[in-house]
Design a protein around this ligand. Sequence first.
Ligand code: SAM
Length: 242
Amino acid sequence: MWHATVLTLFPEMFPGPLGISLAGRALASGLWGLDARDIRTAATDRHRSVDDTPAGGGPGMVLRADVLAAAIDAADISPDRPKLLMSPRGRPLTQSRVGELAAGPGPLIVCGRFEGIDQRVIDARELEEVSIGDYVLSGGEIAAMALIDACVRLLPGVMGKLASGTDESFSNGLLEYPQYTRPQVFEGRTVPDVLVSGDHAKIDVWRQNEAEALTRARRPDLWAAYQNRIDLARSRKSTTKG
Ligand code: SAM
């Protein structure tokens, strides 16, 4: 079973939103597992301190390498499980990395706090730094929840309709086309005619065109990567033919 082990100074934050709705129902029915462990239990001094002032000076505090390393070691995870550190310096999380993580046994996730974490434990325990965006949160817990939620919805049996995971934003390199439902007219705006035409071939073309237009307008980075992929596929096809 896919399992997330979270190391945090605030284990009471979990499961939090992950205990509700889709992820929560799946957690309750045993489709995935979660344990949130308190980093502080690895502290050894009588004040149970986990942080100290930054070497070289500066504001804030830094999570100690020895305490965090002991917490990671105590979790005793199998070597095939990825060890992640939520960090604004990390590689931005993508749907394709989410897919890889969901296909594996499930990660150990370290949630930072304060100014960050002593670099030596990142290096010594080979933590993969993962960012959820170019902004700074006060701690790694909400970032870890975002990552776990994105993985859990891809686990077998979690989403009701199999298609819903393969047809949405990023799954094919494009943003998703606009969605509509009833009523047919809302404040004078109608559902596009093609969507109520019953012509599924036309609907597919309309959705593809809308997805391409949205991606081109909003995410030039994704659009460029999408076009490169298409060009590559075309040139491979012509080489095979030739
Ligand atoms: N001083 C750090 C820096 O400038 O990179 C920021 C530390 S932040 C206040 C505390 C913790 O929140 C980080 O160690 C990390 O675990 C988490 N965090 C903050 N922003 C994040 C983001 N965009 N993605 C993932 N984790 C984040």
